[in-house]
Design a protein around this ligand. Structure first.
Ligand code: MG
Ligand code: ZN
Length: 365
């Protein structure tokens, strides 16, 4: 796998050499935020429950819609959609960073890294889970999480924060990958408090065996906004050129699968609080683009009229779910900051990756 990672990076370097650039690209930093399972019904319901107090993501300068279908299914999973958003290639459900022929395809984070940007991923599920994995790894199945963890070590990524300790330390092969990370100069942390005072360098924070707790199970409301702020700080300090980071609100999806509106609401609010941190950073750092979207909708949620014994404090609406799986509905794309205008209109999920790669000067216009 090391060979594949290397050849991808060589390919990326060649691309950069061909395309790069008489002038520096206008976009210096990209903060790519993915609410897993967050469709328009999820954001609408969250705003409605808040008495239509606007969500932070509603500060977006430009709004688009994206189509999520995968190469082998009209309803995507998080692996195929993550791969599309990361690489610009549609692939089959359960694929991570490989195309329909199972060949590895480079992702925006790798291309950015090869061009000298600092890069990272942040999640509220395991970092080896499908969405963040699509920005780091290349495996034919999302379920190969031990292997995905090895590729995190090989990737030499600046920063990752999320769950997933068991894939690094309690592995079937008995290896302890955190030793490899330490040998490569990483600060390895098991609690966000251990990152206080860490303002640069390589960071690996593994905060739960697999998924982190949900907000309902007691995950701190400070975690995702705080991890976002920490990532922006460390990545800003790690490269003068700029950075690319993917930040995932991973557990909105679980609320959809459980048909649990309370969980969807709490996880969407949490994600939206991280969006505020990113938008505020963009206000203070010209040249920063923030794109907020999802990988697919989960639950087939609809908000209909009717009396409800539902426990959230609003009246007169009822939340109905069409499925315990994902749905094929188009998703909102909220764009803010430098280059945001590129994300207006209707697009494929793969276009989002390509637009980001163009804006960072990683591929040809
Ligand atoms: Mg996910
Ligand atoms: Zn799901």
């Amino acid at each position: 796998m090391k060979k594949i990672a290397k050849s991808l990076l060589l390919g990326a370097t060649a691309l950069v050499a061909v395309s790069c650039c008489q002038k520096e690209p206008e976009v210096k930093n990209i903060i790519f935020m993915i609410g897993d399972g967050m469709g328009l019904a999820q954001t609408s319901a969250t705003a409605l429950i808040n008495d239509w107090e606007p969500l932070n993501m509603e500060r977006a300068d430009y709004i688009g819609l994206q189509k999520t279908y995968s190469a082998n299914n009209r309803v995507t999973d998080s692996a195929a959609s993550g791969t599309a958003l990361a690489t610009g290639h549609k692939t089959y459900n359960s694929a991570i960073g490989v195309d329909v022929d199972k060949n590895p395809v480079a992702n925006t984070r790798e291309l950015a890294q090869a061009a000298g940007y600092a890069t990272g991923v942040v999640a509220t599920y395991s970092v080896t889970n499908a969405t963040p994995a699509a920005f780091v790894a290349h495996v034919e199945s999302r379920y190969l999480e031990d292997k995905i963890a090895e590729q995190f070590v090989e990737a030499d990524i600046d920063l990752f924060i999320g769950g997933g300790t068991r894939f690094f330390k309690e592995r079937r092969d008995g290896k302890d990958l955190t030793e490899d990370l330490k040998a490569e100069g990483y600060t390895v942390a098991y609690d966000m408090a251990e990152l206080e005072g860490v303002t640069e360098g390589k960071v690996a924070a593994l905060l739960a065996p697999n998924a982190m707790p949900t907000i309902g199970q007691g995950r701190s409301k400070d975690y995702l906004p705080g991890a976002t702020a920490k990532a922006l700080e460390v990545l800003s300090n790690n490269s003068k050129k700029g950075f690319f980071v993917m930040i995932e609100g991973s557990q909105i999806d679980g609320g959809g699968h459980d048909n649990n509106m309370v969980k969807i609401y709490e996880e969407t609010v949490d994600f939206d609080n991280a969006v505020k941190v990113a938008f505020d950073f963009a206000d203070e750092h010209p040249g920063t683009l923030v794109v907020v979207t999802a990988d697919h909708e989960t639950g087939g949620l609809s908000i209909v009229s009717g009396k409800s014994d539902f426990t959230l404090p609003e009246q007169g609406v009822k939340y109905e779910f069409g499925t315990t799986g994902h749905s094929a509905i188009m998703l909102p794309v909220y764009a803010y900051g430098t280059g945001a205008e590129e994300f207006a209109g209707v697009m494929e999920n793969t276009d989002i990756a390509k637009k980001m790669q163009k804006l960072l000067g990683l591929i040809e216009e």
